[in-house]
Every structure is written in C-alpha cells, then in structure tokens.
Design a protein around this ligand. Structure first.
Ligand code: MLM
Length: 414
C-alpha cells in the first residue's frame, strides 16, 4: 500500500516531486484498477500544488461528496452528469493543504446497502464492503495513499476491515458533512482511509486542524475495555481470534486490559439506530423517492418504502433512547476507568459474493453514539482475507483512539 507519510517524507526530502507522487499513483491505478474497479473517474489534469503539508498526496473522494472539478453521481443513474458548482468544504480543505482530489471512488447508491461493482483487492470474489467501497479498496490496492468516506451505519469501519486498511470514523461532526449527500443528519459522519494508523492520524489532524490528533506516539499505555457487544449476534471465529490477538498485543505493550459488558440501555440504543436512520432518510431522499422511485436499487427502495410508515413519535422516542445511552457512555469511560474500548470491526473477514456489502452490526451503535472509531488489520484468514478490530474512544478523544490503535499496530509487528 502507499503510505501517506512515506510519500510526504520523500517529497520533503526532495527525493520525489509532487507531480512525481501523482505519477506513481497514476501508474498504480493503471495496474490495479481494471481488476478492482474502485474508481468512478480520475481527473486527467488536476492542479498539483508545489507546496503544502499534503503536497503531492492524491486523494480518493467518495462519490457522494461534492467536487467542483469532477462529477458527483451518488452511485446512481439519477445523478448522471451531475456537476456540483462547489467543492464540499472537506475537499476544499484538502486543496488548501496541497493535496490533489484525483479520483472519485465508488459508493453504494446514496451510501446505502445495495452493492457496487468494486471487488475486494485481497480476493476478487469477495465484497470490499460498503458503502465506502471504492475508498477502502483503492487504498488497499495501493492505488491511493488517502481516501475520504462516510459512515451512517458501518460504511467506513466495515469496508476498511474487509479490505485490510486503517479506517477512521471520527467523532460526530469533527469534519463537516456540508456538501455530502445526506442519508441521516443525526448519523452521517465523514472519515478517511489510509495504509497505517500514523498515516491516518496525520491526515485527520490536518483535515480537522487539530495537530494533537497526530501525536499518536506520545500517548501512554491505555486502559482498554474488551467489548463483545453481546446485544447482537456473535461474530465468526476469526473475529474473536483477532480481538484476542489484539488484546494480547496491547497487554504486551503495557496496556491494562479488562473485559466489559455494557448495561441494557446500550442494547436499546443499538436497536433504535434503524428508526433514526430510516426516518431521516425518508426526508433526506424525499425528492429521489417521489420523482425516481423506480430508479432506486432494491434494498434502498424497500427501506424507503418501509420508512414511510415510521411514526414521528417512534422517531422521537428513539432519539431519547440514543441520548440516554450517549450520557451513559460517558460514565462507562469515566467510572469504568477506560481510555478506549476494543471490539470487533465486523462479524469476520469479507464474505464471499459481490451482491451484498456485509453486516454493520458491530458498527451501528458507535455511529449513533458519535464516538471516534478506528479499525486496523490484525489477522488474515487462510484464504488471505484481512480481519480487523475496532478501537473506540470517548466523544472528542479521536487522538486517544488513534494512539491506542497505533500501540496495537506496533505491538503486532514486534
Ligand atoms: N452508510 C452506511 O453506513 C450504511 C452501511 O453500513 O453500509
């Protein structure tokens, strides 16, 4: 994979020019894109700034995020040829940093559950996950050092884990979702994919203009709660094995490890995620549903059909349940004496088949809680498919989540 920090170091040392770095990416795309299919389009002649902390860094932009220089298609023929007038603020920020939004990456239609044609770079017969399929696959295939994605259910953490890259779903609203096609305004979160934890931390710190996020090396050994989220169906054995391996690596590195079981309010919050998500999608996609219902893919059409019947009272009750759980989560960290939680990133490795994007059951609660989540690869199955774990910190503690993920990443290499 292409390390963002390695490219930055080579450019800073004068061993590589920004244009040369973009050229490396174009070569990698030419070599891998025919098999992987992670990209919607590539800018043939982007502006390549000569300076800036991310000069020469090509970035993949999930195709629900507005770009002024490239079409934004939402993964749907409904938006064929749609050219936003302006860049989404996150894209504008990348350009200010010297980065090059070089390609749009595939998204499931409107970032829901209907699959893309993108293949898992680790095994072409397996899903890369979704909805940020192309971003995860492009980084995993070594085509891009950085890509943006979004998560409403599990759309950053799940594909990152399936493809074997680092994925970061930051604290809710750490990055602006302005200019990002909305599915659920209470859940949609903008995040990113990179080759390693330090690469991801560096990019997030710059994107969020919060340098402390990148000081992943400086944090001390964390107090880690091992969480199996027993309010949902158990994972595959490989997910349990990866969790155990990550916990043992963290303990070897000095972390304090303790099992944690969450009380009932968290299972109740897990259960209401869909009510909030789909009630809001009914409004967010009202125009598409009213004017192009037949052009919507089957899973999305069925979800919006069902969402028509969600009572506002149910939605309001779901929001109260989520709010109660978010307040309780602060106590879990403070009274439990935990810095981070360690849990499954997905039910297992990427499932076979390209007609689905996998199951987000280990991600949805944390998207609803609005807390920072980081996934990193820990194991591989006998078929060579990556298996990740998920590190979760309290709201606003994105740097600590990355620090703990970095500690585990380093310990696994030793
Ligand atoms: N957008 C989403 O997060 C939906 C998913 O989990 O695939």
């Amino acid at each position: 994979m292409l390390s963002l920090l390695d490219l930055c170091a080579r450019i800073d040392a004068g061993r590589l020019t920004p244009e040369g770095a973009i050229g490396l990416v174009r070569e990698a795309i030419a070599a891998r894109e025919p098999e992987v299919g992670a990209l919607v389009c590539v800018d043939p002649a982007p502006v390549v700034p000569g300076k800036g902390p991310l000069a020469g860094i090509a970035v993949g932009i999930k195709d629900i995020i507005d770009t002024a220089d490239l079409p934004t298609r939402m993964g749907s023929a409904i938006y064929d040829g749609w050219r936003p007038r302006a860049d989404a603020p996150a894209v504008a920020r990348l350009k200010t940093l010297g980065a090059v939004p070089l390609a749009k990456t595939t998204t499931t239609p409107f970032a829901f559950l209907d699959p893309t044609a993108t293949r898992n770079p680790n095994h072409p017969g397996h899903t890369p996950g979704g909805s940020s399929a192309g971003s995860a696959a492009a980084v995993a295939a070594g085509m891009l050092p950085l890509a943006l994605g979004t998560q409403t259910g599990g759309s950053i953490i799940r594909p990152a884990a399936f493809c074997g890259v680092v994925g970061v779903k930051p604290s809710f609203r750490l990055l602006p979702t302005v200019g990002v096609k909305c599915y659920s305004w209470a859940l949609d979160t903008l995040g990113l994919f990179a080759a390693g934890v330090a690469d991801a931390a560096h990019a997030l710190a710059l994107l969020a203009d919060r340098p402390a996020i990148a000081r992943v090396e400086e944090a001390g050994a964390p107090r880690i709660g091992i969480l199996r989220q027993d309010f949902c169906a158990a994972p595959e054995p490989e997910a349990e094995a990866a969790l155990a391996r990550a916990a043992q690596a963290a303990e070897r590195a000095g972390a304090a490890i303790r099992d944690l079981t969450l009380p009932a309010p968290f299972g109740e919050a897990f259960a209401v995620h869909g009510t909030i998500q789909d009630y809001e999608a009914r409004q967010a996609l009202a125009w598409e549903y009213a004017t192009h219902r037949d052009a919507l893919p089957p899973r999305l059409r069925a979800a919006l059909d069902a969402a028509q019947g969600i009572e506002t009272a149910s939605y309001d009750a779901a929001r109260r349940t989520a709010h109660h759980a978010r307040r309780g989560l602060k106590d879990v960290f403070s009274e439990g004496g935990f810095d981070v939680l360690l849990t499954y990133a997905a039910p297992g490795a990427a499932p076979a088949g390209l007609d689905h994007t996998g199951d987000s059951r280990f991600n949805r609660l944390w998207t609803l809680m609005g807390v920072p989540c980081v996934t990193l690869p820990v194991d591989r199955t006998s078929a060579g498919l990556p298996v990740g774990i998920q590190v979760i910190a309290r709201f606003g503690d994105d740097g600590r989540a990355l620090a703990a993920a970095g500690l585990i990443e380093r310990a696994l290499r030793e």
